[in-house]
Design a protein around this ligand. Structure first.
Ligand SMILES: Nc1nc2c(ncn2[C@@H]2O[C@H](COP(=O)(O)OP(=O)(O)OP(=O)(O)O)[C@@H](O)[C@H]2O)c(=O)[nH]1
Ligand SMILES: [Mg+2]
Length: 459
């Protein structure tokens, strides 16, 4: 855990030149340290400035003038970190900011580690863990949905739900304790029968949250779309067709693509990670063999496989073998090179029953729009309930929520078996504690450190 006694500072604006650059100082010596450097035009001292006030002036390192600046004073606990904070807003030159930071360090202020401001905010109870994580999502979001969900979670949309669960559970535990302590006043089983149905409702609500995890990953990392199939069927051509640029090498020779080639794009608001792979075949070439292995791996991890075949050749035995391992729910069958055939009726339709087929020509750019529409439909027909919930949980939150659900289920089963109420209470306490990991009250210190270490410098 970081030493909270120390006063820390960091550049909080992006690297490089900009109209503005800012340095934040946080801790008990923030005002004093800033006063060393800052001379207000009106001669005001920082200690005399009111809370949230701005002062205009100049920054000096000793006698050396560094920059012109605005100083913002925030008195703890009403600041982001909960400590005394000063923000110096100057001109956004990398050297100016570095010299300013250096001047602070030479006066005993420590440089903040990545995520340290946010970690202090968490430790001082200014934000909970879900809010800290949503800050990360917000600054790294590449699409509108993620940005909107992240800002709602920052406002507390997820914390609110978790808090409500926890309060309810505490209520149940209290009733159980009352039943145990004052058996005469509570007829046996009265309390438990009331919350049998309530536990069921809570499990359903948790399931709805758990369902958002898959979409959370897609909005954070992109929908993994993997081009897969035999060599030379036109996988790379199709990737280029979707991207509208000649990104992947295309040749008439089978075995052109070797590595997994990744490219990002947006399809109607959905962030997509396109992955072109090597054509699958038996080969003596070591590099190609490795490529084939990677192709299989990528297909296994795909959200959606675009299985490409060559319509001019029809469905080959090798195609069928590959198809057998694919899940129709996660696959679109692309019959490519439609420009080479005159009759577009699929002779092999029976053999690919269950798979949705898309006939197109990557070379002629024909049928690409219909493919885009199908990708969109696949995404929407999934389990997306997140849009209206405005909550997308991440992997860590999913894990804890899953454990909480298990504990609740165990309580539910206990109730049905007519277990004694003290056993029930243990399950409920477990559920409460797992929920607390999400917001951070019961989370282990190592996890907290790991979460904040992923933040960027100055956050
Ligand atoms: N006529 C026609 N030719 C196509 C079409 N799509 C791709 N081709 C041709 O098929 C050949 C192979 O295309 P690629 O895109 O390299 O095929 P691939 O599946 O990526 O091949 P590997 O990387 O070797 O696995 C090239 O000569 C392309 O021009 C199409 O729709 N129609
Ligand atoms: Mg290729």
């Amino acid at each position: 855990m970081f030493d909270q006694q120390e006063t820390i500072a960091a550049i909080i604006t992006a690297q490089g030149m900009g109209a503005m650059g800012a340095v934040r100082i946080s801790g008990s010596e923030a005002f004093e340290a800033a006063q060393f450097l800052f001379r207000s035009k009106k001669g005001t001292l920082i200690q005399d400035m009111p809370h949230y006030a701005l002062a205009y002036g100049w920054i000096y390192d000793g006698d050396v003038l560094l920059d012109q600046a605005l100083l913002l004073k925030m008195k703890g606990p009403s600041s982001f970190t909960g400590e005394d904070v000063v923000e110096l807003q100057c001109h956004g030159g990398p050297l100016v900011l570095a010299r300013l930071l250096q001047a602070l360090v030479s006066r005993g202020i420590r440089m903040a580690k990545p995520g340290e401001f946010s970690q202090r905010a968490f430790l001082n109870g200014k934000i909970d863990l879900t809010q800290a994580e949503s800050v990360m999502d917000l600054v790294s979001s590449s699409n509108r949905v993620m940005a909107e969900v992240a800002v709602q979670q920052l406002q507390g949309s997820l914390s609110g739900k978790i808090k409500a669960f926890k309060e309810k559970i505490i209520g149940w535990i209290a009733s159980i304790e009352a039943e145990i302590d004052f058996p005469d006043e509570f007829p046996v089983g009265l309390v438990t029968s009331v919350f049998e149905s309530e536990i069921k409702v809570m499990i359903q609500q948790i399931d709805a949250l758990l369902e958002t995890a898959a979409y959370g990953r897609i909005y954070r990392e992109g929908l993994r779309l993997v081009f897969y199939g035999r060599p030379n069927v036109g996988k790379s051509s199709l990737l280029n067709g979707l991207l509208q640029q000649k990104r992947a090498i295309v040749t008439a020779e089978p075995g052109t693509t070797r590595d997994v080639l990744e490219e990002r794009m947006m399809i109607q608001g959905i962030p997509i990670l396109l992955m072109d792979t090597a054509g699958v075949r038996d080969t003596g070439n070591l590099a190609e063999q490795e490529g084939v292995e990677r192709a299989r791996g990528a297909a296994a991890q795909a959200d959606l496989v675009l299985f490409v075949l060559d319509l001019a050749q029809g469905l080959t035995e090798e195609d069928l073998l590959l198809l057998r391992d694919l899940d129709p729910e996660k696959t679109l069958l692309i019959a490519n090179k439609a420009d080479l055939v005159t009759n577009r009726v699929l002779s092999f339709e029976e053999k690919v029953k269950g798979f949705e087929v898309c006939i197109l020509s990557a070379m002629e750019q024909e049928g690409i729009d219909a493919l885009i529409q199908k990708i969109r439909e696949r995404f929407e027909s999934g389990t997306l309930t997140a849009g209206n919930e405005a909550v997308l949980i991440n992997h860590r939150q999913e894990g804890a929520l899953f454990q909480a659900r298990k504990a609740l289920e165990s309580a539910q089963e206990g109730l049905l078996r007519g277990e004694t109420t003290d056993l029930l209470s243990i399950d409920l306490q477990d559920a409460w504690s797992y929920l607390g990991e999400i917001t951070g009250e019961t989370v282990k210190e190592a996890v907290v450190t790991e979460i904040f270490a992923r933040f960027c410098l100055g956050k």
